[in-house]
Design a protein around this ligand. Sequence first.
Ligand SMILES: Nc1ncnc2c1ncn2[C@@H]1O[C@H](COP(=O)(O)OP(=O)(O)OP(=O)(O)O)[C@@H](O)[C@H]1O
Ligand SMILES: [Mg+2]
Length: 239
Amino acid sequence: MKDILLEVYDVHVHYGGVKALDGASVALDEGEVVALMGPNGAGKSTVLKAIFGLAPLERGEVRWHGAPILPVPHEIVARGISFVPQGRRVFAGLSVEENLEVGGFLVKDKAERKRRIAEVFDFFPVLKHKRALNAATLSGGEQQMLAIARGMITEPKVLLLDEPSLGPAPKIVKEVFIKIKEISERHKTAIMVVEHNLVSLLSIARRAYVLDKGKVVAEGESKKVVESGILEKVFLGAA
Ligand SMILES: Nc1ncnc2c1ncn2[C@@H]1O[C@H](COP(=O)(O)OP(=O)(O)OP(=O)(O)O)[C@@H](O)[C@H]1O
Ligand SMILES: [Mg+2]
């Protein structure tokens, strides 16, 4: 059997009476960028939360190199998985640099942490420029970049990104996606990204999964998935 880096296998998640995931399986290979698509409430965020140990698994498993792992957040981080949740969560009371310090708390060596922060600043010059400012004063796009930058501090093997394009203006969204592409290419980071923007998607993700009502209803090369018309179907509620 091929050794897949990360797999969500037949996962079921219930919230009270709501079935958020109904036997969903997705996979992420070393260094690839994969998109999760689908209408509101389809279960996209729940897939990422399940990987990160933030959703109650009723059935199914999360596998790392083919072996089931216990989805507990600190163990997941220690394996090299980083999660940037929906809604550009930055610590509003802290400066840009302090936000990155917090993101790097697992990097115990202080000099190493400084080195990584410097590297991230090189990657996002706008954040370097505003390093001393309170994160709350950043624009939406800048906060999104900060959230992604914070996720990179641990130098993850896997980056889980939930709707990085939500909020910022199109020009900034484009910039954010160029950065995401660069991250995957430069650091060989495997990225699973929840994305609604088709143009952005095609520019970065080789493969895509379409979720609807907690199930994977299509998967494959992203261009083919888009061309198949399945997205129109699920978004119109006809799948
Ligand atoms: N903590 C929670 N408590 C109760 N219900 C939840 C919770 N989290 C998710 N759900 C429900 O589970 C379903 C899937 O939610 P999820 O957030 O995964 O969808 P999504 O595909 O990310 O949607 P969106 O595009 O709106 O972000 C929805 O019906 C949602 O209302
Ligand atoms: Mg969501």
